[in-house]
Design a protein around this ligand. Structure first.
Ligand code: PMP
Length: 362
C-alpha cells in the first residue's frame, strides 16, 4: 500500500481510511454479486438496501423528526442555490439571506437570477467576512432565511444559529454536515454536497421538512428541479448517484459505529481545532483570520505575518507530508481543513511542522 499523506484539503477531502479499505475490498465483487457497486442496477435489491440504509443512517445521526425527508440529489450544492428558491418562493413570496461570504453570495445571486424577491437581512462583508453577523433585520413576511452554516473559504461558522422564530432556516451545510449535532427543528431545508464530510462529489444530501415539498405547487419547473419528485420516488425517479450513496452509507456507518454519533464527533472536532487555534494564538508569526468567537472548527484559516513566506510554507509543508494547506484562491493565505476524517495525528504533525518552520524562518 502506498503511504498516505496528511490531508487538509477543503473538499473533496479526507475520507476515513477504514471506509476506503472497505470500498477497495468490495470493488470487484460486491456482496457476492460477482460485480462491483459501479456495475449493478440501481433497481436491484442490493442497491435498494444501500439506499435505504443510507437514508436511515442520516435520519438516526441527525435525529430527524418524522416530518423530515432525506433526499439524494445530483448537481452539488450550487444547484441547491437555485432549487431552494424555485421550490419555495411563488411570485409574491419573499426570502431573507445572510451574507457570510462567497457561497452565501452565490446562493443569493441564484435566487435573484430567477427573479425571486430576496434581500440581505445581514452581512459581514464590511469586515471581509471575518465574522458571523449577530443582528439581523428580518422581514417578518419572509418565507425562509438562508444561511451558510460554515464558511469554507473565510473560516467562520455559526456557533449559535439565528433566532428566526417561526421562519425556517434554509441552510447550506456543505462544510460542517455531520460534524456536530444539529437542532433540526429550526430548519426547513438542509443541503450539503457530499465531498467534505460525507463521500465523493456528485452527491448532494438534502433534508427537507415535509410541508415545504408543497410550498410552490404551481411553479413550472423541470421535473428534476422539484424536491417532491425526489421525495415521491425515494430519490429514484432517475438513476441516482449510486457510488456516492454507497460511499456515504459507509461513512455514516463509520460515524455511527466507530465514532459513536455526532456528539462524539463534535468533541473530537473541537479538540482538533482548539489545539490548532491555541498554537496560532501563541505566536504572531501565524495569524488567524476569523474573529475568535466565530471561528470555524472545520476550516482553520490563517496568514503568516510575513505573507511572502506563505508559498514557501505551503510547499515545504507538502514536502513534509502535509497536503492541502493553500487558502482559497480568492483570499490567499493558508487554510487547514479539519473535517471528520482528518485525525488529531494530522493536527499534531502540522503543529510540529509549524513550530519548526517558525524556528527556522521567524
Ligand atoms: N457551499 C459551501 C459552503 C461550499 O464550501 C461549497 C464548495 N466548496 C459549495 C457551496 C459549492 O458546492 P458544490 O461544488 O457542490 O456546488
Amino acid at each position: 500500500m502506498t503511504e498516505r499523506i496528511h490531508n487538509f484539503n477543503p473538499g473533496p477531502a479526507a475520507l476515513p481510511l477504514s471506509v476506503l479499505e472497505e470500498v477497495q475490498a468490495e470493488m470487484l465483487n460486491f456482496k457476492n454479486s460477482g460485480m462491483s457497486i459501479l456495475e449493478i442496477s440501481h433497481r436491484s435489491d442490493l442497491f435498494a438496501e444501500v439506499l435505504a440504509s443510507a437514508r436511515n443512517r442520516a435520519k438516526r445521526l441527525l435525529n430527524l423528526p418524522d416530518n423530515y425527508r432525506v433526499l439524494f440529489i445530483q448537481g452539488g450544492a450550487s444547484l441547491q442555490f437555485a432549487m431552494a428558491p424555485m421550490n419555495f418562493l411563488g411570485p409574491d413570496d419573499r426570502a431573507d439571506y445572510i451574507n457570510t461570504g462567497t457561497w452565501a453570495t452565490k446562493a443569493f445571486e441564484q435566487a435573484s437570477l430567477l427573479g425571486k424577491k430576496v434581500r440581505y437581512a445581514a452581512s459581514s462583508e464590511e469586515k471581509a467576512f471575518s465574522f458571523i453577523p449577530k443582528n439581523a433585520d428580518f422581514d417578518p413576511k419572509a418565507r425562509y432565511v438562508h444561511i451558510t452554516s460554515n464558511n469554507t473559504i473565510r473560516g467562520t461558522q455559526w456557533q449559535h444559529y439565528p433566532d428566526t422564530g417561526e421562519m425556517p432556516l434554509v441552510c447550506d451545510m456543505c462544510s460542517d454536515i455531520f460534524s456536530r449535532p444539529v437542532p433540526v427543528e429550526k430548519f426547513g431545508l438542509i443541503y450539503a454536497g457530499a465531498q467534505k464530510n460525507l463521500g465523493p462529489s456528485g452527491l448532494t444530501l438534502v433534508i427537507i421538512r415535509e410541508d415545504m415539498l408543497h410550498w410552490n405547487p404551481d411553479a413550472v419547473m423541470p421535473t428534476l428541479m422539484r424536491y417532491k419528485t425526489y421525495s415521491d420516488h425515494y430519490s429514484m425517479y432517475n438513476t441516482p448517484p449510486c457510488f456516492g450513496i454507497y460511499v456515504a452509507e459507509k461513512v455514516m456507518a463509520w460515524l455511527e459505529n466507530e465514532i459513536g454519533g455526532l456528539e462524539k464527533m463534535a468533541a473530537l472536532n473541537r479538540a482538533k481545532a482548539e489545539r490548532l487555534y491555541q498554537a496560532l494564538d501563541a505566536t504572531d508569526f501565524y495569524q488567524g483570520t476569523a474573529e475568535k468567537e466565530d471561528r470555524s472548527l472545520m476550516n482553520v484559516t490563517f496568514r503568516l505575518k510575513n505573507t511572502e513566506l506563505e508559498p514557501v510554507f505551503i510547499k515545504e509543508a507538502l514536502n513534509a507530508g502535509l497536503s492541502g494547506l493553500k487558502g482559497h484562491k480568492s483570499v490567499g493565505g493558508c487554510r487547514a481543513s479539519l473535517y471528520n476524517a482528518t485525525g488529531m495525528d494530522a493536527v499534531e504533525s502540522l503543529l510540529a511542522f509549524m513550530k519548526d518552520f517558525e524556528k527556522r524562518k521567524g
